[in-house]
Write a protein that binds this ligand. Structure first.
Ligand code: FES
Ligand code: FES
Length: 162
């Protein structure tokens, strides 16, 4: 079937079998490999993308259900000149080790901070409740999101020199 959707502001389309998940569609049909395949059952959050303003586990959504919708992936956050403040804060604080959870963590954080850049620590923890990190632990990740929120709302970061 032909699936047409908007990804990172650009109209994209590709043919795929009807059972194709949005994650597989992004990775194998559009070659956008930022969203990662972890558990494939909705437990780990490595596949998180934003669909019409909501963070979604793309391994659980059929590409056909995403047709006509507006998708943002990690590839849509940076350009050649500038990375997103969340990415900058993760780098500044060394928030990741292997990095596998990073795209999902950052997309969940973006979905939160776009709506609430002054999110409290409990609100950040709640927003990340579907994202698992097997190696770093969560402290530096949460601190980076706090700092990015402060940059996005033009207040001074607490943990870094951003
Ligand atoms: Fe989608 Fe784990 S790969 S939640
Ligand atoms: Fe390795 Fe999070 S940095 S899983």
């Amino acid at each position: 079937m032909l699936v047409e959707l908007t990804v990172n502001g650009e109209l994209k389309s590709a043919d795929c079998p009807p059972e194709t998940t949005l994650l597989k569609f992004l990775r194998e049909h559009l070659m956008l490999t930022g969203a990662k395949l972890g558990c494939d059952v909705g437990d780990c959050g490595t596949c998180t993308v934003i669909v019409d303003g909501k963070s979604v586990n793309s391994c659980l959504m059929l590409a056909a259900r995403a047709a006509g919708r507006d998708i943002t992936t990690i590839e849509g956050l940076a350009n050649a000149q500038q990375v997103h403040p969340i990415q900058e804060a993760f780098e500044e604080l060394g928030s990741l080790q292997c990095g596998f959870c990073g795209p999902g963590m950052i997309m969940s954080a973006k979905n939160l901070l776009d709506k609430n850049p002054t999110a409290s620590r409990p609100e950040i923890k709640d927003a990340l409740s579907g994202n698992l990190c097997r190696c770093t632990g969560y402290t530096k990740i949460i601190e980076a999101i706090e700092d990015a929120g402060r940059v996005m709302s033009s207040t001074k970061p607490l943990h870094s020199n951003l």
